[in-house]
Design a protein around this ligand. Structure first.
Ligand SMILES: [Zn+2]
Length: 125
């Protein structure tokens, strides 16, 4: 007997959008379990700025070596770190993704980076 295909609604009744074409890795049980462990080990704090990431949607568990680069480390706890959404955005800008990445690579006449986000231009803490 053939199973009828039920179209997936793009918005769930609770208002959350269902990610279409999202990476199935991030919905796997193995990833979710490991992600939770990483959060517990980090004490639910951002590894970079120390912000509390306990609130719903406040945490990002980041692969230190990106999956694209080191797929074998996808489920290795030592390759994970907890970031807040702000630090995660900064991290992705540094990885050279999207417009922020392009801005990051812009240089002036002397060959020095013009972006304030570039690590050469960042103020010392
Ligand atoms: Zn942070």
């Amino acid at each position: 007997m053939a199973t009828a295909k039920v179209p997936t609604p793009s918005v769930r009744p609770n208002g959350f959008h269902v990610k279409r074409g999202g990476d199935p890795f991030y919905s796997s049980a193995a990833w979710r379990a490991l992600r939770r462990r990483a959060l517990v080990i980090a004490g639910h704090h951002c590894a970079w700025c120390g912000a509390d990431v306990r609130a719903r949607g406040a945490s990002r568990v980041d692969h230190i070596r990106p999956r694209r680069e080191a797929p074998a480390l996808s489920l290795v706890l030592a390759n994970l770190r907890v970031l807040c959404t702000v630090c995660d955005a900064r991290r992705h800008a540094e990885k050279g993704q999207g417009v922020a990445g392009h801005a990051l690579r812009k240089v002036d006449a002397d060959g020095l980076p013009t972006s304030a986000l570039h690590h050469w231009n960042r103020r010392q803490p």
